[in-house]
Design a binder for this molecule. Structure first.
Ligand SMILES: [Zn+2]
Length: 414
């Protein structure tokens, strides 16, 4: 009963916080809609600034609906008896408890996926299309959803079966073994993702522009960075938003540019954006983030190791018949409600990393090129230049444009 009340309170506090921050963001962005901030006035036309304001507000409104639907789904699955009902269904299909457990988790995944699908459809063909960003066709949307479900099943079902088996067979320290299985799978995915999974969704072609390739190779030689190839991804098939990223690990490491990024930016700007990404590697942000994830998941599983045999844990979250599968589901559904208020800590760490990567890019290329690239990316992606400071501090993985550019302009040695 105490747990039920605490869980409901955490859900309501989290949802209330989300809605309050959303309202603040909408108010702040609308209040600054009528004029481009002076620092950007030269480069961003008023019409683009107003489009960014409208797009930001539309996205926040959409996110508000998503937050309400998510909360309702969690209540429906837990306290309202959804997991119990699906467990009864799975029990009718299979005799073995392990198969029942895998089926229960798969059913919950399926229900969550189906609930999310209409929202994803509306975001793609409503919101994104309205602002001219969407290039996905309904046929591609359906194919992506099916492929996504297939990939999740191929990877998720065996891992689920393994973890459930460990919970029954590995004794009191099962959570340590489960953590090893999960971490090992995550690492394996990082290795196979670029060559086996990403090509299911996009085409990757080697970078064809010799002048740009030469520039990038020179940057990599200068900074002592090795990668197995430069690739261009046909991001424009789905959306006109641009990006650049690294993928893979060690020998499988690749640099990937969205084709949209290459058409938006000059070669010098592409180099500066890439130098920023290299900065994340050079400052060990990727490894730090992974260690952080592995550390927190070990802590979470250790905690679950304590809860799995406690009847109050199941009763308090609305499950009448305890099982290992139900424990996993309840834990990972209830936990985010309690940890959501910690979001700003992760956001702050991420923004700190962005500043460090910008500093690296400013040293290895020209800060002015990264500044002009950022302004173009903000403009072309209709990202707001005037976020609510509190909303930004809470959620944003990247510093607000004005602060980030000021930091680049102050700190640049060239
Ligand atoms: Zn970054």
């Amino acid at each position: 009963m105490t747990l039920t009340l605490a869980f409901l309170a955490a859900l309501l506090v989290s949802l209330g916080l989300k809605l309050w921050l959303a309202a603040r963001q909408i108010r702040h962005v609308n209040a600054h809609r009528s004029a481009v901030p002076p620092a950007f006035a030269e480069h961003v036309p008023l019409a683009d600034h107003q489009k960014a304001a409208d797009y930001t507000v539309a996205r926040v409104r959409f996110g508000r609906v998503g937050a309400i639907v998510d909360t309702a789904l969690i209540v429906a699955l837990t306290l309202a008896g959804g997991i119990d009902a699906l467990a009864a269904l799975a029990a009718g299909w299979f005799a073995s408890p392990l198969a029942q457990g895998v089926a229960l988790i798969a059913l919950v995944g399926l229900v969550s996926g189906l609930v999310g699908l209409p929202l994803a459809w509306l975001r793609t063909f409503g919101l994104e299309a309205r602002f001219g960003f969407n290039r996905t066709t309904p046929a591609m949307f359906v194919a992506d959803a099916l492929k996504g479900a297939a990939v999740s099943a191929v990877i998720g079902l065996p891992l689920t079966a393994l973890v459930l088996w460990l919970m029954g067979a590995a004794g009191d320290a099962w959570w340590l073994w489960a953590w090893l299985a999960w971490s090992g799978t995550s690492l394996a995915l990082v290795v196979i993702y670029p060559t086996l999974i990403a090509p299911l969704f996009n085409k990757f072609t080697p970078l064809a522009d010799p002048a740009l390739a030469e520039r990038i190779n020179a940057l990599m030689a200068r900074t002592g960075f090795r990668a197995k190839g430069l690739f261009v991804m046909d991001g424009s098939r789905r959306s006109s938003h641009g990006n650049a990223y690294f993928t893979g690990f060690g020998a499988a490491r690749r640099i990937v540019f969205f084709d949209t990024l290459l058409t938006q930016l000059t070669p010098a700007e592409v180099e500066a954006v890439l130098a920023h990404e290299l900065g994340h590697f050079k400052r060990h942000h990727i490894v730090k983030r992974m260690l952080f994830t592995f550390g927190t998941s070990l802590g979470c599983l250790a905690l679950l190791g304590q809860l799995v045999d406690a009847p109050w844990f199941y009763q308090g979250l609305g499950v009448g018949t305890p099982s290992h599968a139900a424990a996993l589901l309840l834990f990972f559904m209830a936990l985010p409600a309690f940890t959501f208020p910690l979001t700003p800590l992760a956001s702050r760490m991420s923004r700190h990393h962005e500043y460090e990567a910008d500093g690296f890019a400013a040293r290895e290329t020209r800060a002015a090129d990264l500044v002009s690239a950022l302004i173009k990316l903000y403009r072309d992606n209709a990202a707001t230049l005037t976020p609510d400071p509190l909303h930004s501090a809470f959620y944003d993985s990247h510093p607000p444009a004005a602060l980030r550019i000021a930091h680049l302009q102050q700190g640049s040695p060239r």
